[in-house]
Ligand binder design. Structure first.
Ligand SMILES: *Cc1c(COP(=O)(O)O)cnc(C)c1O
Length: 452
């Protein structure tokens, strides 16, 4: 038998958060592989930092969510929220599962078209659509979700030039018991704006009112809020039926389901307390089935779920650059992934695992990124074993919003790989280089520096 290495005992004060009733929650043990592929191999081939996404994990989440809804409500349609992660490979995984596209800008609209999504299956949300974008969407028969009265009038004008009647829905905001209330998008339910917009559309005679939409917020931890939202949209649908004898085709409840991440300041981890797809589906389906909507003309239920479908399908691998002691004696570790590529570290306490075996000794550590900016902190306090320069860490649940909200700041953006369903590693976005940045810049002739 091999002789064990002696490690002297340590007594340390823990301050990495609040203990639960089972004591301190230690971070996970070493994670040498992500989605079945060795971390060291991935870094050797594709560099560090590196985003790693799993095709299988996305498909599993999607199927679980779809099943939760389709077993409770007769017709259900998911539309992939592009801004959550619009890497084309990722969008196409969702599209191949049957998802439509949900976009919030002309750029995202064009991305969905480039991905070969049927234009009739593109939902166009967002408060800032240009005349050209609206005309294209109208001619293509896409579903245009109106955000404000100016857009409503803009569309009535555009309807004159369009080759077909614009297919529209209105976005509705409302009190669902979630505060602060998101009332900056769409028309308010309680004060009558939504009903007013509906009347203006119906009286104009120029637009096809297809549906009603709401997106009540994001990371909503209370499933019953969706029940309230569904009931209010069903009420508007009933009003339309009674007054105009008009049957809407769909009710769209937007996105906002919580992922398994842990919000900063949360006492318990998100993996324990975020509602399941079943809980959200139960709240929404019951509300719709219990409403006054007629069973033979139940609208299609559309869901624009983003983060809850993709967050846990990605890890970020990062490499230790250095360790140091802060003036208060606290250990600090600097890794090569900064907040510029880990936007969500501003609101989540991302779980971090060491990627190699380490000693039993753990210590509360501040995890910094490589940027020369005070805000570049991935975790203020995380209980980790001693990591050495060149070691890797794995950051969990980074699939939503990081690969779209990231910015090129101080460092360039890294490679993204997909572990496909066959276990093969595919590069799906190349790291940026000097050219990617210089390409967009122009140098006035007189500023060129020429050495004689
Ligand atoms: C961002 C957004 C979504 C997706 O939200 P998640 O919180 O990621 O589920 C869906 N619909 C609209 C209109 C959005 O703006």
């Amino acid at each position: 038998m091999e002789k064990k290495v002696y490690e002297r005992p340590h007594i340390i004060k823990l301050d990495a958060g609040m203990p639960g009733k089972f004591g301190m929650r230690a971070e996970t043990p070493a994670m040498t592989h992500v989605f079945g592929v060795a971390v060291k191999k991935l870094v050797e081939k594709h560099g560090s930092p590196l985003f790693v996404i799993s095709e299988e994990s996305i498909r599993q989440s999607y199927r679980k969510a779809h099943k939760a809804f389709s077993t409770r409500y007769p017709n259900v349609q998911f539309a992939w929220s592009y801004k959550t992660n619009y890497l084309s490979a990722i969008c196409n995984i969702f599209h191949s599962e049957g998802s439509w596209a949900e976009v919030v800008s002309g750029f995202e609209y064009n991305k969905a078209i480039a991905n070969n999504v049927d234009p009739k299956k593109i939902i166009f949300n967002g408060p800032g659509k240009s005349d050209d974008e609206l005309l294209t969407a109208a001619n293509n028969g896409s579903l245009i979700h109106i955000d404000h009265l100016d857009e409503l009038y803009q569309l009535i004008d555009i309807a004159e030039k369009a080759t077909q009647r614009p297919r529209v829905a209105i976005r509705v905001n409302m009190d669902t018991g979630i505060y602060p209330q998101w009332d900056r998008f769409g028309f308010n339910y309680e004060n009558g704006q939504a009903w007013d917009a509906i009347n203006k559309i119906m009286h104009s005679g120029k637009l096809d009112l297809m549906g009603l939409h709401t997106h009540i917020g994001t990371f909503i931890m209370t499933a019953s809020a969706y029940g309230i939202a569904a009931t209010k949209l069903a009420d508007l649908a009933m009003g339309l039926q009674q007054k105009f004898n008009h049957t809407i085709k769909y009710i769209d409840l937007g996105g906002g389901f919580a992922s398994k991440n842990t919000l900063k300041g949360s006492y318990l981890p998100g993996s324990d307390i975020s509602p399941s797809f079943d809980e959200y589906a139960e709240a929404i389906s019951s509300a719709l089935l219990n409403s006054s909507l007629k069973p033979d003309s139940l609208p299609l239920l559309i869901l624009e779920t983003g983060r809850a479908l993709v967050d846990s399908a990605a890890f970020l691998i990062s490499t230790v650059i250095a360790n140091k002691r802060l003036s208060n004696g606290k250990r600090a570790t600097i890794v090569d992934a900064g907040v510029n590529i880990m936007f969500t570290s501003f609101w989540y306490q991302h779980q971090i695992s060491p990627a190699q075996g380490a000693s039993q000794y753990r210590e509360d550590t501040v995890l910094y990124g490589p940027l020369c900016m005070n805000i570049d902190c991935l975790r203020e306090s995380v209980n980790l074993p001693i990591l050495n320069k060149g070691d890797q860490v794995v950051i969990h649940n980074v699939g939503a919003y990081n690969m779209t909200q990231w910015m090129q700041f101080i460092t360039l953006r890294p490679n993204i790989v997909l572990v496909d369903s066959a276990g093969e590693v595919q590069l799906i976005r190349e790291a940026e280089n000097m050219d990617s940045i210089q390409h967009h810049e122009k140098m006035p002739d007189k500023l060129v520096i020429n050495h004689p």
